[in-house]
Design a protein around this ligand. Structure first.
Ligand code: IMP
Ligand code: MG
Length: 188
């Protein structure tokens, strides 16, 4: 069977290709490897489910240091395209992160509410440090000033899917990042 890859019909345009994603994640992993070289065995990468799961699994394979992985789940979107503004913790970490260096792997910083909540929540467990590695950051005037040390791409304020990001739980498995056709959510 011949594999022919075409862009999904619900995608308006490919914003970031598979190759660009791979190169960006490799660079971020190399930066983290360099920055944390003296912190061996005290690194915990925490992913915010579900959107960041694919990014995290690629990122950790580019970090050439011993590390632990754990997962949190928070919700703010429901099934829509804008944040509900209310964040709920759906799943907590189980790793003891006290005195360890936490790297939060996020898919995207949009309103920034999810990330701020996540940082505040993890700070409660008294880690030695918390840094943010976000694949994407949407350029928005109203975004609070969150200090994200590692950001892959700054993107325009459009609704994007693929590489872990969903609309109503669909499109997460697209290997690229694409802008969703507005007709897909406007007709709902
Ligand atoms: P925030 O709290 O508004 O920063 O949004 C955080 C979460 O909303 C992200 O972790 C994503 O899961 C989701 N999200 C925000 N923007 C998009 C988008 O353009 N496409 C898909 N999911 C998004
Ligand atoms: Mg989502």
């Amino acid at each position: 069977m011949q594999a022919v890859q075409t862009t999904h019909p619900d995608i308006e345009r490919v914003l970031i290709s598979e190759e660009e994603l791979r190169a960006c994640v490799a660079k971020m992993g190399a930066d983290i490897t360099r920055d944390y070289a003296n912190e061996e065995a005290r690194i915990v990468v925490v992913s915010v489910l579900r959107g960041a799961a694919i990014f995290m699994s690629d990122l950790v394979r580019e970090i050439h240091l011993p590390l632990e992985m754990d997962y949190m789940a928070v919700s703010s979107y429901g099934s829509g395209v804008t944040s509900s503004g209310t964040i709920k913790l759906q799943k907590d970490i189980t790793t003891d992160i006290q005195g360890k260096h936490v790297i939060i792997a996020e898919d995207i910083i949009d309103s920034g509410l999810t990330l701020q909540y996540t940082i505040d929540h993890l700070a409660y467990f008294k880690p030695a440090s918390i840094q943010v590695a976000s694949l994407l950051r949407k350029v928005r005037d109203d975004q609070p000033d969150i200090d994200a040390k590692y950001v892959g791409f700054e993107i325009p304020d459009a609704f994007v899917v693929g590489y872990g990001l969903d609309y109503a739980e669909r499109y997460r498995n697209l290997p690229y990042l694409g802008v969703l056709k507005p007709a897909v959510y406007e007709n709902k």
